[in-house]
Structures are given as structure tokens and as C-alpha cells.
Write a protein that binds this ligand. Structure first.
Ligand SMILES: [Zn+2]
Length: 67
């Protein structure tokens, strides 16, 4: 991974120090991972929490891991 890979959300380059890598897991398996700039990360987390709290219940094996 280089120091200036593009953000998966908006496509702008983001330095490694600022980037956040989010991994989405379902039933203990990683199903998606995204490298995001701080702005996209904040929006992504908000969307994720909204979806998790509105549509699902009792699914303890799914979640996200943030590096
Ligand atoms: Zn972005």
C-alpha cells in the first residue's frame, strides 16, 4: 500500500497517516474493506450505524473493524 492511495469513497488521495481502513464482517468472515479519508469515514460510520440500528437485531456475529 503506497502512502497516497485514493479514498474508496470520494477518490481523492489520502495519506496513510490520515486514512482509515474499515473491514465489514458477517458471521466472522470479512466481506468488504474500504480505505477512506476522514470525511468519508465519518459519513460511512454514520450510515452504518443508522442501518444497523434500524434494520437488524440480534446479529452479534456481524460488525466492523476499523484499523
Ligand atoms: Zn473520501
Amino acid at each position: 500500500m503506497s502512502d497516497a492511495d485514493p479514498c474508496d469513497g470520494c477518490g481523492s488521495h489520502v495519506s496513510g497517516a490520515l486514512a482509515r481502513t474499515v473491514r465489514i464482517t458477517v458471521d466472522g468472515s470479512e466481506v468488504d474493506s474500504q480505505r477512506l479519508c476522514p470525511n468519508c469515514f465519518a459519513g460511512w460510520i454514520e450510515r452504518y450505524r443508522t442501518e444497523m440500528t434500524s434494520g437488524r437485531s440480534g446479529d452479534d456475529e456481524s460488525g466492523i473493524i476499523v484499523d
